[in-house]
Ligand binder design. Structure first.
Ligand SMILES: *[C@@H]1O[C@H](CO)[C@@H](O)[C@H](O)[C@H]1NC(C)=O
Ligand SMILES: *[C@@H]1O[C@H](CO)[C@@H](O)[C@H](O)[C@H]1NC(C)=O
Ligand SMILES: *[C@@H]1O[C@H](CO)[C@@H](O)[C@H](O)[C@H]1NC(C)=O
Ligand SMILES: *[C@@H]1O[C@H](CO)[C@@H](O)[C@H](O)[C@H]1NC(C)=O
Ligand SMILES: *[C@@H]1O[C@H](CO)[C@@H](O)[C@H](O)[C@H]1NC(C)=O
Ligand SMILES: *[C@@H]1O[C@H](CO)[C@@H](O)[C@H](O)[C@H]1NC(C)=O
Length: 442
C-alpha cells in the first residue's frame, strides 16, 4: 500500500504542476498578471466647436518599458472629428483637409490619426508631463517617468455635444504585440484645486487598456542564460542556437567572427558570432559559500556591435531571493511573487554608472556586472540538485532561454546523491519541456 502511494505521489505532483502551468500560461505573464498600459482620454472643457481633452498614457508594467523609438498611439474617429490643435505630441499625418479654407488649418483631418511623442529637446507646443521622446519607464524602475500626457482640441463633432469615443485604439510600444480594449466610459478623472481643498472632475473620461502578448509580438528569443560555480570548473553555457543558428538564419542573422572587419553600415542587429546566437547573455556565477551567506556574481553581456541598451533591467526568480540580499553594483528591489515560494528580484543599472549596457567592439564584449550577497535559510539552502541556480530570468521583460537541467554544473564526486539529482532533473526536464510547448503554442 505504502509502495503504491509512494509511486503515485510523484505522478500526481507532476500532473498538478502541469495543470497549474497550463492555467498560468493563459495569462500574459504570471509574474506581472495585471501589467498593462492604460490610455485615459479626459475631456475637460467644452469649446464653441468641440472640446479640449488630455490623453494620459500610463505604463503599469512592473518591468517592461517602452524603449526608443517610442510609442505610437492610434485610433479611428467615430464620426468626422478633426484634431484642431495638439500640444505635447503630434499626429504623424495631416491627412486631407480639403474642406477647410480658413487661414488656420486643423492639425490633422485623418480619420485614423497616429500620434507620436515630442522629443525632450522640443521647446514649442509642450504640455504638462509631456515629451520624453516616446519612452515610458517601467513602473518599478522609475514611476515618475512611467507616464506621459498630451492635449488636443477636437472639432467637427457632428450632433454629439461631448463627442463619441474613438474606435480601434492601437498602440505600438514601440513594436507590435499590444492589443487595446475599446474606450469605455468611466468615472470622470478628478484633479485637486485650491491647494487640494477642492475636487474638480473632468467632464467625461474614456479609458482603454493595452496588454502585451508575446504571441502577438512573436519576437525571436533574444537572451539566454549560462551558469558556473566555484566547485566545478565546467561552465554550463547557453544552449547552442538558443536564439537561432548561423546556418539556418543566414539571411536574417548576421554575425562577425574574430578577425572579420566590422561593416560600416548602420545595421543595428549585427552581433558577435556565438554558439547561442543571442544578442544578450545573462551569466550566474556561484562564487562563494560562507557559513550564513552565499555570494553570486551576475553578469549581463551584449553581443551587439551597434545596439546599446539604455535603462535595461533583469528579473531573477530564485528561492534564495526570498531571504535578505545585498546587491553591490546594481539597483534592485523585491517584487511580489504571486503565490510562488521563490523570491523574485528586479535589477537595473545605477544612473551615470551602468544604466547603459554598452555594445561590443572588436576587442571586448559590452557588459554590466554586480555581486550579490544572499542570506542563507538553513532549512532550504543546498548545493544539491541545481538549487543554487535561478528558475527564471527575464531581460527587459522577455523570457531568457535556460540551460537544460542535465547540463547544470555537478557537485564533485562523493558529495551528491545521484538518485536525487536524477529525480530533480526529470521534474525540471518535464517543466522545461512544458515551457517549450507553451512557447510553441504562443
Ligand atoms: C491595468 O493596470 C492597473 C494597475 O496595475 C490595474 O489596476 C488594472 O486592473 C489593470 N487593468 C487590466 C484590464 O488589467
Ligand atoms: C505648434 O502648434 C501649432 C498649432 O497646432 C502649429 O501650427 C505649429 O506648427 C506648432 N509648432 C511646432 C513647432 O510644432
Ligand atoms: C476597426 O479596424 C478593423 C480592422 O482594421 C476595421 O475592419 C473596422 O472597420 C474598424 N472599425 C471602425 C469602427 O473603424
Ligand atoms: C555546441 O556547438 C559547439 C561548437 O559550435 C560544439 O563544440 C558543441 O559540442 C555544441 N554543443 C552541443 C550540446 O551540441
Ligand atoms: C535606485 O532606484 C531608486 C528608484 O528608482 C532611485 O531613487 C535611487 O536613486 C536609485 N539608486 C541608485 C544608486 O541609482
Ligand atoms: C566521478 O566519478 C566517476 C566514476 O567514479 C568518474 O568517471 C568521474 O570523472 C568523476 N567526476 C569527477 C568530477 O570527479
Amino acid at each position: 500500500m505504502v509502495l503504491i502511494v509512494h509511486h503515485v505521489y510523484p505522478q500526481a505532483l507532476k500532473f498538478i504542476i502541469l495543470v497549474t502551468l497550463l492555467t498560468l500560461s493563459d495569462c500574459y505573464d504570471p509574474l506581472d498578471p495585471t501589467g498593462n498600459i492604460s490610455v485615459t482620454f479626459d475631456i475637460y472643457q467644452r469649446t464653441e466647436n468641440g472640446y479640449l481633452a488630455k490623453v494620459i498614457l500610463q505604463n503599469n508594467y512592473l518591468y517592461r518599458h517602452v524603449d526608443k523609438p517610442g510609442w505610437k498611439l492610434g485610433w479611428t474617429w467615430a464620426n468626422s472629428e478633426v484634431i484642431w490643435s495638439m500640444s505635447g505630441a503630434i499626429a504623424t499625418d495631416r491627412g486631407s483637409c480639403a474642406n477647410y479654407r480658413g487661414s488656420q488649418m486643423p492639425h490633422s483631418c485623418k480619420k485614423d490619426p497616429i500620434i507620436v511623442d515630442l522629443g525632450s529637446d522640443v521647446s514649442q507646443n509642450r504640455s504638462e508631463h509631456c515629451c520624453g521622446g516616446g519612452i515610458l519607464s517601467a513602473l518599478v524602475v522609475d514611476p515618475l517617468n512611467s507616464f506621459t500626457s498630451f492635449e488636443l482640441e477636437v472639432r467637427n463633432l457632428g450632433n454629439n455635444p461631448l463627442g463619441q469615443a474613438p474606435n480601434n485604439v492601437t498602440l505600438m510600444a514601440p513594436g507590435p504585440g499590444y492589443s487595446c480594449s475599446p474606450f469605455h466610459d468611466t468615472e470622470p478623472s478628478v484633479s485637486l484645486d485650491s491647494g487640494g481643498l477642492r475636487q474638480v472632475p473632468v467632464l467625461r473620461t474614456w479609458k482603454s487598456t493595452c496588454a502585451y502578448s508575446s504571441f502577438l509580438a512573436n519576437p525571436s528569443p533574444m537572451c539566454c542564460v549560462s551558469f558556473s560555480t566555484f566547485y566545478n570548473p565546467i561552465v554550463t553555457s547557453c544552449n547552442n542556437c538558443s536564439c537561432g543558428c548561423k546556418e539556418a538564419d543566414k539571411s536574417t542573422k548576421s554575425c562577425i567572427r574574430p578577425g572579420d572587419l566590422l561593416p560600416s553600415s548602420n545595421e543595428e542587429n549585427i552581433m558577435k558570432c556565438t554558439d547561442h546566437m543571442c544578442p544578450i547573455r545573462v551569466h550566474w556565477h556561484f562564487k562563494n559559500n560562507y557559513m550564513d551567506q552565499w555570494r553570486v556574481k551576475l553578469t549581463i553581456s551584449n553581443y551587439h556591435f551597434k545596439r546599446k541598451y539604455s535603462n535595461w533591467n533583469v528579473l531573477v526568480q530564485h528561492p534564495g531571493l526570498s531571504q535578505k540580499a545585498t546587491t553591490y553594483s546594481f539597483n534592485s528591489t523585491k517584487l511580489p511573487t504571486a503565490g510562488l515560494q521563490d523570491g523574485v528580484a528586479l535589477f537595473w543599472g545605477i544612473d551615470f554608472y551602468n544604466n547603459e549596457l554598452s555594445h561590443s567592439d572588436k576587442d571586448q564584449v559590452g557588459f554590466v556586472t554586480t555581486e550579490i550577497l544572499l542570506e542563507k535559510d538553513p532549512n532550504s539552502f543546498t548545493l544539491h540538485n541545481g538549487w543554487a541556480f535561478p528558475r527564471r530570468i527575464y531581460f527587459n521583460g522577455d523570457n531568457c532561454e535556460m540551460p537544460l537541467p542535465d547540463t547544470f554544473p555537478m557537485l564533485p564526486n562523493g558529495s551528491s546523491s545521484l538518485r536525487h539529482a536524477a529525480n530533480y532533473g526529470s521534474n525540471l526536464l518535464l517543466i522545461s519541456l512544458f515551457f517549450v510547448l507553451v512557447f510553441l503554442r504562443f
